[in-house]
Design a protein. Structure first.
Length: 276
């Protein structure tokens, strides 16, 4: 399984690591940490050395209850950072974490190669058309509601079936719009209870029926730290455990805060698979 990045194919037969770079003051774990060029470049350099295959740049916190960010502010946050990274680390593959087509367009114009949309086009009706015109891979994620209300008692009759059905419909619409490379994200923590999240994780192999690369984003999320009765800062061990389960269940990309530990998961599970 591959995706096309500016004419170069990325082979996803071995899981890839996407390092998270939040340029936001209010993200649940790393909000406000990377508020200068020096801090940004230092973090990106560390993630690259630790084995990151991609860097995901976001300027709009999607944590539950997050405050809205104006379009101009989001652009002001992400575009200069993408340019900064590409100037220093020209070969780095960058994805932009946004649900706005205007941000996606400017980010790709500044050097991003992938659009990562938490709303799968729900929050911007022009997104599919925009991504098709940009001719870049598109990560579409399942989310029930929006970041402001998604955790207000989310309910499903069958969470796995409903999420798979929704993603299947979105894949069809994306392909119909002309998007060639689609990556799916079940959306852990986005409009789902603790039980919903683990039910999806337990059935992750079922998502392979959609015939798209699968991205898993569980890094230091509440499904880890709330279950363990701790805080995001102390959730690395639990995160690594779920990353291992994810990779063994078919995840192609892990979106992570801690690259080194996630890379070790991939190396160990790859070796394990070779011996079976």
């Amino acid at each position: 399984m591959t995706i096309n990045l500016n004419g170069k194919l990325m082979d996803l037969s071995s899981p890839k690591i996407m390092g998270i770079l939040n340029i936001t003051p209010d993200s649940f774990y790393d909000g406000g940490k990377f508020n200068s060029d020096k801090k940004v470049l230092s973090q990106v350099e560390k993630m690259i050395k630790d084995g990151a295959d991609l860097i995901d740049v976001g300027g709009y916190s999607s944590r539950p209850g997050a405050s809205p960010v104006k379009l101009e502010q989001e652009i002001k946050r992400v575009v200069p950072v993408i340019e900064l990274i590409k100037n220093k680390f020209s070969d780095t593959i960058i994805s932009v974490d946004t649900f706005r087509s205007e941000v996606a367009k400017k980010a790709v114009g500044s050097g991003a190669s992938i659009v990562n949309d938490i709303s799968a086009g729900e929050l911007d009706s022009n997104m599919f058309k925009c991504v098709a015109q940009l001719n870049v891979p598109y990560i579409l994620m399942h989310m029930k509601g929006n970041p402001q209300n998604m955790q207000d008692k989310p309910t499903y009759k069958n969470v796995v079936n409903e999420v798979v059905k929704n993603l299947s419909e979105k894949i069809f619409l994306a392909r119909e719009a002309g998007i060639m490379d689609v990556i799916i994200d079940p959306g852990f923590g986005f409009g789902k209870t603790l039980e919903h999240n683990f039910e999806i994780l337990n059935n992750l192999p079922f998502f392979k029926e959609l015939d798209c690369p699968i991205l898993v984003g569980v890094s230091r999320k509440s499904m880890v730290y709330k279950l363990l009765d701790t805080q995001p800062e102390n959730a690395l061990n639990g995160t690594t455990c779920l990353h291992t389960v994810s990779v063994l269940s078919g995840a192609n990309i892990l979106r992570v805060h801690d690259v080194k530990e996630a890379k070790e998961v991939v190396e160990l599970t790859n070796f394990l698979k070779k011996t079976t």
